[in-house]
Design a protein. Sequence first.
Length: 544
Amino acid sequence: MKRFVLVILSLVVCFVTSEAAGKRSSSTDGAFVKNPMLWADVPDPDIIRVGDTYYLVSTTMHLMPGAPIMRSKDLKNWETVGYVFDRLTDSPKYDLQEGTAYGRGQWATSLKYHNGRFYALLAPNESGPMGDTYIFTAEKAEGPWTLLSRMRHFHDCSLFFDDDNRVYVIYGTGELMELKPDLSDVIEGSHQKIFEREADETGLLEGSRVVKYRGKYYLLMISHVYAPGRHRREVCYRADDIHGPYEKKTILESPFGGFSYLAQGTIVDSEYGDWYGVMFQDRGGVGRVLTLSPCRWIDGWPMLGDEEGLVPTVMRPLKNGEPERHIVCSDEFTDPKLGLHWQWNHNPVDKAWSLTERAGWLRLKTNRVVPNIYLAPNTLTQRMEGPTCSGVVKMDISKMKDGDCAGFAAFNDGTGALAIRKQGRKTLLQFEEWSVKLTPKDKAVESVDEKVVESVALEGKQASIWLRIDADFRPGERGGKDAANFYYSLDGEQWTKIGTNDYKMRFDWQRFFMGSKFAIFNFATKKLGGWVDVDNFTYQVEEK
């Protein structure tokens, strides 16, 4: 397959780091940690260190498996090593029946390590029993994870094990409850409001993350202040006792990279004693990206950013010589198990996909007659990344049936799709724009606006086709460019552009609440029995 050469931006960099990290690294080889640390949709982070290894968990909502565990040795190279759960089964919504879970599902997981075990606490953003909190545990972060308990809903919560082995959940806007020692449930009567928000904080304080340092308790939260001259910011509440009283300080109020102010995340130390802050930033179509900052303890407060309190563009690596690793990856589909870099849109129908029926290919069978992609199981996704990236799939379409629709998309609540449609004996390749309207409560698909921008008839003997999406998330005058362009090839060599020039990818928190994803799909609109085979997914990303 033809490889694509992406232009590498030249960067003028300056070293910004914490003092301890600076003493250990004098690298001039260009192996810098360049912000965003992860220029992809990795929101609501929690990060811990166990020995010399960092583990990161993030929100992926309706995508399955869920609660991805990412691992790094140097805070630069990250890889996905497991998931806390394979699927959620509380409701048919997770199976794209009787509504959907778009923008719901797993949120803001809290990750901890205590007495030789890992713990993950998450509360789906749902009402009723669907929103009950899950607590999982594992001997290894990579899994397998087992469900330990279920209990009442805690919004954006932090699990916390104290030095005396008492266990707490801090959640919402400054609320606390103690858990039973076996984590089976809350201790009734333990609820406490540990602080009151300020009068101008009209939005919720969210994203609770709790650490203990030198005997003091530190609760980190995002604060929204809707007033002239005030911005989204990260605040810290500090106390000598977990029950309070608490005092407060703003520890980060910084724009970055031409985008809005950022906040929500946590702090983590290194084995050498220096500290770092990991916060996310909204960046439009690519989603919510992660930044890395020095954390300097000043007068007992974990102050984030450089000496001016700003998120740095570049930092020295925590350590040198670590192998290059990624959370978005190419795939030849030669392994009988699906790579951990992939996630399904909602719970997959396992009998309708295979990596073994045709060795070296991913087979996607039609499994349910549906009117559109938003109700179609077994759409397979990976994140897009900035500043620019490109994904290519080679697909065998010879076994499609009348009414089938397969292809490759920049998938979101607004989707740009390279859609191959079988219409009787005709096969069409079309660039289509799809936009879904969801009911606010149940996230049921109310309607889908479908627009065919360009259509190309394929010859009946055309068995294979190559589809390509180039994405551009470089900053512009008004945020990110967030542009996708679409191409096809009949031989893997010569490419033809199709459809809208610079299709605009968007982020809508009221619908999917996620960044755009590469998506491979196949669904039936008339009858079952068809399938497509995918030979490979080839991915390239421009160096930051």
